[in-house]
Design a protein around this ligand. Structure first.
Ligand code: PBG
Ligand code: ZN
Length: 322
């Protein structure tokens, strides 16, 4: 049976019927908002390439946190900019480090806000790479040792969930073991499982001061051209104990999100990264696109592709609209 009996336009006649047959809906329940915390005082600095996104010191962050809670956004993802960087990024496991202090502050004052920490080293190392260097490359297993110290210190400070983003082999297993040995069996791991060596991270690296001082991240982050490898990474992470798997970036990787969703049965998170945010903001500012509509369309497409969770700098704006 086909045309003229079948007329798909019948179900598009007006907004009421469109609402009834709509397959995908954005909800504030899906959103995680990234936050940049800088050590020091009296800091609220807008990131030039990310209008509306700021670096905050803790003494200036209350307004932001209250807004997030008022908008009913369930979770934040913390990134830290320490006072001092060194070869190994030792601030990441310092109990008085920038992130540990931030976790304690937030959980103490706003216990219901779910705090996730990004677990990596690039914002904390003098060279800007995601771990310990050996012969101009990141040494996988030495980095795992420091990663364990980092997650334990996050857990002790009160983090609700940890999210390793360095793309080291075996990192989920190392973290799960370390957390369990210390009695943190209830802290879930959201793994940046399929993280690509993407140029979409540019604005973030300005925001977090984490541009590598030499080379690139291609020996640990995935080749942009690969899809089967993403499925392999996800399978390994789930086997090692990942509770949630992530695809990053999101917009240019909807096929990866979709394939992972179809092949595995853990929640899938998509990271709508800095460059994706900046492009929409910039074109909107120039009047070349309708910023709000393109934002909603983009995030809806991520959900349609299969994302259960979206990490996005747009979280507050979206929450206001839906
Ligand atoms: C650190 C990290 C990065 C992002 C999240 N965690 C940057 C990178 O790998 O250089 C990117 C986030 C964004 O672009 O919004 N490993
Ligand atoms: Zn990193």
């Amino acid at each position: 049976m086909g045309f003229p009996t079948v007329r798909p336009r019948r179900l598009r006649k007006n907004e009421s019927i469109r609402r009834l047959v709509r397959e995908t809906k954005l909800s504030v329940d899906d959103l995680i908002y990234p936050l940049f915390i800088e050590a020091g005082k009296n800091i609220k600095k807008e990131i030039p390439s990310m209008p509306g996104i700021y670096r905050y010191s803790l003494d200036k962050i209350d307004e932001e946190l209250k807004e997030i809670i008022d908008l009913n956004i369930p979770a934040v993802l913390l990134f830290g900019i320490p006072l001092e960087k060194d070869e190994v990024g030792s601030d990441t496991w310092n109990e008085n480090g920038v992130i540990q202090t931030a976790i304690k502050y937030i959980k103490d004052k706003y216990p219901d806000l779910y705090v996730i920490t990004d677990v990596c080293f690039c914002e904390y190392t003098s060279h800007g790479h995601c771990g310990v260097l050996y012969c101009n490359d990141v040494d996988n297993d030495k980095t795992l040792e420091n990663t364990k110290k980092q997650v334990i210190s996050h857990a002790k400070a009160g983090a609700d969930m940890v999210a390793p983003s360095g793309m080291m082999d075996g990192v989920v297993k190392a973290i799960r073991q370390a957390l369990d040995e210390e009695g943190f069996t209830d802290i879930p791991i959201m793994s940046y499982s399929a993280k690509y060596a993407s140029s979409y991270y540019g604005p973030f690296r300005d925001a977090a001061d984490s541009t590598p001082s030499f080379g690139d991240r291609k020996t640990y982050q995935m080749d942009v051209a690969n899809k089967r490898e993403a499925l392999k990474e996800v399978a390994l992470d789930i086997e090692e104990g990942a509770d949630i798997v992530m695809v990053k970036p999101a917009l240019a990787y909807l096929d990866i999100i979709s394939d992972i969703k179809q092949n595995f049965n853990v929640p899938v998170a998509a990271y709508n990264v800095s460059g994706e945010y900046s492009m929409i903001k910039a074109a909107g500012k120039l009047g070349w696109i309708d910023q709000q509509k393109v934002m909603l369309e983009t995030l809806t497409a991520m959900k349609r592709a299969g994302a259960d969770i979206i990490i996005t700098y747009f979280a507050k704006e979206v929450a206001r609209l839906i």
